[in-house]
Write a protein that binds this ligand. Structure first.
Ligand code: SF4
Length: 274
């Protein structure tokens, strides 16, 4: 009897980091292969806290645990003040008290006005590892949970709903969807790989604006998976990624919105930015 083939991946990456690869691959290599880190600002820590509060609320809706919007705001405050949710106070013009006020307002608004509009089947679902054969013996394994994303059910079937928070997460009354296609496309692939069920509805971004008046709005991303896998006429992003992994050449993008000392831990040694 032959032993089953065991695939040994050359590299394991979290699916949630995948989108950053297509933003600035050189930065992505610095963080995910070379282990460079930079401390985030308070606004990012606020985002982590809002996600913890809203995820607790949506999970309780699915399980019937009966969490209230107040309970969810409490989870948010605990996370914001959790010493493990580290941030550099000098990086944002925001006090912890202001962050708490914004976080409570957004969490309450989300729980009372937005969450009830959706029927969720899963929150931050665990996914089965997905191996991508890059050729030349290089196998990249995508793993992890769908961080900050939900699986929603509607009349068109199953779709991804991904929560994004940030100072410009809502613009002109709609969620900013720009740059999120690779991540939701990856989540669609992972959902289908994990469950064997097709994703049939468009992906939706639920944007929560953390600067100025707290605002929440949605935006749609169509064909996200096709962007990843390609068509007969065009290669998908996975093919470009495979080429980078196989060759070990990760291209810089000095036009990235994250190309600054504040957001890129490779900035000090990177020769490609202005
Ligand atoms: S400094 Fe700019 S170009 Fe260089 S790795 Fe960072 S984001 Fe990319």
């Amino acid at each position: 009897m032959n032993a089953p083939d065991i695939v040994v991946p050359s590299l394991t990456v979290r699916a949630s980091s995948w989108a950053g690869l297509f933003d600035c691959a050189y930065r992505w290599e610095g963080i995910h292969i070379l282990g460079m880190r930079n401390v985030v600002g308070l606004r990012a820590a606020l985002g982590t806290a809002i996600h913890a509060g809203t995820a607790a609320f949506d999970t309780a809706r699915i399980t019937g645990a009966g969490l209230t919007a107040d309970d969810a705001a409490g989870v948010m405050v605990d996370k914001l003040r959790d010493p493990e949710n580290e941030f550099d106070p000098a990086r944002d013009d925001l006090s912890v008290n202001d962050a708490e006020r914004i976080g409570i307002a957004l969490t309450a608004k989300y729980c009372t006005e937005w969450s009830p509009r959706f029927e969720f089947a899963a929150v931050e679902m665990e996914t089965k590892p997905l191996d991508i054969d890059c050729g030349g013996g290089t196998i990249v394994r995508l793993t992890g949970t769908m961080d900050r994303a939900r699986i929603r059910k509607g009349s068109n079937g199953v779709g991804i709903a991904d929560l994004k928070s940030g100072s410009s997460a809502v613009q002109k009354g709609a969620a900013n969807t720009k740059g999120h296609g690779a991540q939701v496309g990856t989540y669609e692939l992972l959902y289908e790989h994990t469950t064997g069920e097709p994703v049939t509805d468009d992906a939706e971004i639920i944007g929560l604006k953390t600067k100025g008046t707290p605002e929440i709005a949605t935006g749609t991303i169509k064909n996200a998976k096709r962007v990843m896998v390609g068509t007969e006429d065009h290669p998908g992003l996975i093919e470009f990624a495979a080429e980078m992994f196989r060759s070990g050449r990760f291209y810089p993008n000095p036009k990235s919105l994250l190309c600054s000392e504040k957001y890129c831990p490779r900035h000090a040694t990177c020769p490609f930015h202005d």
